[in-house]
Design a protein around this ligand. Sequence first.
Ligand code: 9G3
Length: 579
Amino acid sequence: MRQRNVLIPTMREVPAEAEAASHKLLIRAGYIRQLAAGIYSYLPLGWRVLRKLEGIIRDEMDRTGAQEILMPAMQPAELWHESGRYSLYGPELMRLHDHNGREFALGPTHEEVVTTLVRDHVTSYRSLPMTLYQIQTKFRDERRLRFGLLRGREFLMKDAYSFGLDWESLDQSYQAMFGAYQRIFTRCGLHFRAVEADAGSIGGEGGTHEFMALADIGEDTVISCSECDYAANLEMAEAAPEEHSAARANEAGGSAAPSAAGCEPFATPGIKTIEQLVQALNIGADQLLKTLIYLADGEPVAVVVRGDHEVNEIKVKHYLHAEHIELADEAAIVKATGCPAGFIGPVGLSIRLLADREAASVASGIAGANKTDMHLRHVVPGRDFPLDHIGSFRNVREGDLCPRCSGALTARRGIEIGHVFKLGTKYSDSLGAELTDATGKAARIIMGCYGIGVSRLLSAVVEQRHDEHGIVWPLSIAPFHVHLIPVSVQDGTQMELTHKLYARLQELGIEVLMDDREERPGVKFKDADLIGIPLRIVIGKGAADGRVEYKERDGGSQAELSADEAVERIASQIRQLTP
Ligand code: 9G3
């Protein structure tokens, strides 16, 4: 294509509202434009990349035998009532009414729609196992809009759903999707990890994995082992149980050593935080027992962790089988404990108490006394407060030991680009999707669901593949393969060679963007670096001798070549693309 006519509104200055590198670059390089908060138009370059991503996804989905369909975005609200999810998803579910006043939801996902499709139109067990997928626009009225395409309100998702009669076939579908995701993200040039994850509100009985593109802008934290392949979202991650430094407590002999007498109060006027306590008492935070008060479905619950650990709310929520959990506010704390925040402790509480396993193994610690300006020393878990609920309630930390091999755990930020779930019969139960199986028995259909954030993927690649000049696309998903740049469009010799090359490359099916604008060379090269097309041919002075400059955007090779050599170099790179 001739750049003069292509809509690529590049910008020099960085848009104020953009924070993430990918958001800044996709706007500056003219790939996307915001229509409203979290709602974007894909301009020609952005749309070309999106279609490349879809192409790779379709290729790998079809390879697994999954069948592509397209379901409506407009979903009757009745479906969401039937599945019981209408009230679960409050304001995030975009709702509208038709001219008859009938309520619809704009689909944030399609479990309800696809389950009724299979319920009503798959009549024989012989048709299973079956996997259906679509690439379709989703609507979610997110409150926290983040970083351009990384979290929007209208976005492109590939969502697949597998159907089978037994758990074995679900495992097979799950593994097939898992493998397809690894091939997809590899072909997109991403650096990613599959991690054990929390099923969240989607529920379902089986496991679930998230695929995380490693990037510092990511909202999630990926915990992985440096020695084995253990990897988990921080929400789920576990560490090997740490033997408490009880010996240290005894050595200290001081305030933390256990004493037969029992725990004793001591004045700590105005000392409220862990840091202040550590300073004042000159002890390690691991000898403190930190107690936080939560409301689990409105019910006050105390959680005790070691002073050097953080509570993991997802683990607490799962342990309590609660739908909703939040930190109690000051009023709820006083109501639950009779004491203001800062002096809360596990001794003498009347509400349910969850003790993290490593807090329970503190030999003797310091804790709030549930009295203003008072703390307790020589607190012995099990003696001074009950250990009815011991579990894993803390976030693992960098440096903790792997639960599998005791290697060191590391933490990286990640962008969730894919999520695969074993749903089980959650939706076939609520929507009545069942079949008569080979033995004539009625069998509930067992499902899995598998998502890829396609538009989010575009940003994730840019987050991982950019430099100070702009985007550095991999050849597999770049908007064009080659950027053809004549230094001066007024120079007849240069333009003759440029057109010859343009025609030759197009004949070979190579996608070329020719910069035929009347711009100064510097502007053309800056724009080319910003747009990030991986292969570049510059036609300048050497044109008279049929010589051109070949350059790879990712800083690979750069060479003065004959036009034919340049075409051959490019053609060989393209040939390596086909999987
Ligand atoms: C909603 C709203 C937001 C949602 C959902 C429902 C996330 C919802 C989870 C999933 C699970 C899988 C199929 C593809 C893979 C992911 N946000 N989820 O169900 F009504 Cl407003 O979407 N769905």
